[in-house]
Design a protein around this ligand. Structure first.
Ligand SMILES: Nc1ncnc2c1ncn2[C@@H]1O[C@H](COP(=O)(O)OP(=O)(O)O)[C@@H](O)[C@H]1O
Ligand SMILES: [Mg+2]
Length: 463
């Protein structure tokens, strides 16, 4: 994707004076903070609309002003970051008579929590969001709370990485301490590969500038390799209590690069759910979060025990939300929105779960997200014939005609788009089936590429 998420400077942790919010009537206005992009969150926004909320959007996206879903659009000046951004959002909210802010975007979670604090709420935990944004802080947090994580070392650059590697045995993982979508994550088998991987991370740290927390000198992590099965868990925390939404199967890649693809539901081995939920509850308790969406990725170690790869106070991106809803009959975004609107009000908080459909006892469908990986120059990018399939649910384009798409390690996560499909669920074999359906429909997308051409040196010289 071409849009680079903006940065998050560390936030002030100043205590706040607290005006009681209680006896005011519940506002139907909400400030949605999505600085860089909200194209992946159409369904999330639709849920807010269905709840009858008047949505005011704070964003840097230029075309937003023409978007009828929003009651108003507040352009966010590019230079704002961290505390200044939070103060700006809180001021704009007050001006509009809005008491609550919400976000679905990774790099805005800490700012949104801080804005909510400035609006007088005591429930937000910007420090928990800051931990979510930094893998080194996550690793330290997990160790401190005796939660299962891979062994790791944070390193400041290539030199330090080569030194730290003496305590690890090959192969192991090298990754940026603050990026997403598996960008820059690799499995290294020897010293040469390690040096190359660390050099790549250092370059990514330069390129992605703001996405890395600016005060963290440790740009990379070295980690024990977890060879087993990989899953991702989503939940919602209401008044400090964790509620499972679902566990998604992820494609297992052997390395050296880890492209994301084939997210399927329901969980193939539901008997493992309690082990994962117990860890999620441990993280939530340790973070002390009150209201948030929650995601944790796990991978099994050589003994088959699940260890935390990463966690965050937000949910899995894109169509995972709709798939989780379709399969488990629970609407995470709706619960989260109800929770933040209830805020600190005890009575309202107690009522957040009232009238909500509980998680379905058995899965209602099998679903799959397939990323449309392509290489070359994108010419056309639409769902095409796939749209007419009964299995088709949605296609979100992630690139525009004219964009060049490459595979790892030249390009990371440069996908044409994301395809969501669903099929009936009767048994675990339907998870395999829905994966095959997704792969077939991917081929029927109207995604047209001009393939990359290898130009022979002689021709190049003649030109
Ligand atoms: N310690 C590890 N052992 C095995 N695989 C890993 C490890 N860390 C990361 N991976 C693989 O790399 C992917 C991306 O790593 P992750 O830490 O989740 O970064 P990102 O924030 O980019 O998603 C994971 O989904 C997993 O497949
Ligand atoms: Mg990840």
């Amino acid at each position: 994707m071409s849009n680079k998420p903006l940065s998050n400077k560390p936030l002030s942790n100043k205590p706040l004076s607290n005006k009681p919010l209680s006896n005011k009537p519940l506002s139907n206005k909400i400030l949605l903070i999505m600085r860089n992009t909200y194209a992946w969150h159409r369904e999330h926004i639709e849920t807010l609309e269905r709840m009858g909320l008047e949505i005011h959007l704070a964003t840097g996206v230029k075309q937003a002003a023409a978007d009828g879903r929003f009651a108003s659009v507040i352009p966010v000046p590019e230079e704002l970051e961290g505390e200044s951004m939070a103060a700006f959002c809180a001021d704009e909210a007050r001006r509009l008579g809005i008491t609550t802010a919400i976000t679905f975007y990774d790099s805005d979670i800490a700012v949104t929590s801080r804005a909510n604090q400035l609006l007088g709420h005591t429930w937000p935990r910007p420090q928990a969001d800051a931990i979510s944004r930094d893998k080194k802080l996550q690793r330290t947090f997990l160790t401190e709370h005796a939660l299962p994580a891979p062994r790791f070392a944070g390193v400041t650059g290539v030199e330090a990485g080569l030194k730290a590697a003496e305590d690890f045995s090959y192969p192991f993982i090298v990754k940026p301490s603050a990026l997403a979508a598996s960008i820059g994550v690799s499995l290294v088998r020897d010293r040469d590969e390690l040096e190359r991987a660390l050099t790549d991370v250092a370059r990514l740290a330069e390129e992605w500038g703001g996405y890395f927390p600016s005060d963290g000198p440790e740009i990379a992590l070295i980690e024990e390799f977890l060879p087993g099965k990989e899953v991702t868990l989503d939940g919602v925390v209401v008044s400090g209590e964790f509620h499972l939404v679902g566990v998604t199967n992820k494609m297992q890649m052997p390395g050296p690069y880890f492209e994301e693809d084939f997210y399927t539901l329901p969980f193939r081995t539901p008997e493992e759910e309690p082990e994962l939920v117990a860890v999620a509850e441990g993280i939530v308790a340790g973070l002390g979060v009150e209201h948030c969406l929650f995601n944790a990725e796990f991978r099994q170690d050589a003994q088959g025990r699940y260890r935390v790869v990463e966690f965050a106070t937000r949910m899995s991106g894109g169509q995972n939300y709709r798939n989780l809803r379709e399969v488990h009959g629970i609407d995470a975004v709706r619960l989260y929105a109800k929770a933040v609107l209830a805020g600190d009000d005890a009575g309202r908080r107690a009522a957040v779960l009232d009238g909500e459909v509980r998680r379905a006892a058995t899965p209602r469908a099998a679903t799959c997200i397939k990323f449309a990986y392509r290489t070359g120059t994108l010419v056309r990018n639409n769902p095409g014939d796939a749209y007419h399939s009964p299995y088709f649910r949605s296609y979100i384009p992630a690139s525009k005609p004219g964009d060049r798409l490459r595979r790892a390690p030249e390009g990371w996560y440069e996908i044409a788009g994301s395809l969501a499909v669903a099929a009936p669920y009767r048994g675990v074999e339907d998870v395999d089936r829905v994966e095959r359906i997704a792969a077939e429909l991917d081929e029927r997308l109207d995604v047209v590429m001009v393939p990359p051409v290898a130009v022979p040196p002689a021709v190049r010289g003649a030109a």
